[in-house]
Design a binder for this molecule. Sequence first.
Ligand code: URA
Length: 250
Amino acid sequence: MTAEPTLYGLIDDLEKYLEYQRDEGVQRVEVDRAVLEELAREPTEEKAEEVTVEAAPIPADFESLEQIAEHVLRCRSCPLCQERIHAVPGEGNGDAPDILFVGEGPGADEDQLGRPFVGKAGQLLDKMIEAMGYKREQVFIANIVKCRPLNNRKPLPEEMEMCMPYLHQQIRLIRPKVIVGLGGTAMEGLLGNKVSITRMRGIWQEYQGIRLMPTFHPSYLLRDPSKKKEAWLDLKMVLAELGKEPPPRK
Ligand code: URA
């Protein structure tokens, strides 16, 4: 189930879209003054919990997804813990699902609810999952970083590196048949180097011996719906890999 996106969720999506544009080489955009004023406004909603960073190493021997989730909720290994309302461990079918979707990190809506992809981008991801013939609860959905980055910026390489042991171990325990990397940052986190999602999308990669398909992030697709066709080609390749066909359109 997804929630109505909040204003801060929409701002979050917009910021991520602008970061994508920058990463793809776009140097100028036209922005309405009202939008700039809204971006400058300080959120006055719920305040983040007050926590101090205690850079303790993340254990490498979790035995269950529940153990990982409990650890994530208490994690203080990097400064992202200071800004969060809720950490977002991930959710879904953790028992060898066909697909694990990996996003970048929680946005405002996810931070509020402690669940991945529940804002506007999440609503589109739900539609993508349905178009592939699955229900949200049949796949697993996780992120590279488990806490919302300050001011909705892209997570820093050191934050991704710090948080990756969680996802690495989630993947070991979940044993998905295929991983779908949503956007350049997710791919960067998984592969450990900078990528251009425009160039890499649709080309099979591998993570821990599991087939990994890079595609566009739903936030990007919301801003540029013309790219949905390419994303759908990528998702159809995932279905073909799983020996499936998309269900007939309703
Ligand atoms: N964007 C992401 O990358 N992850 C989420 O959970 C939500 C939005």
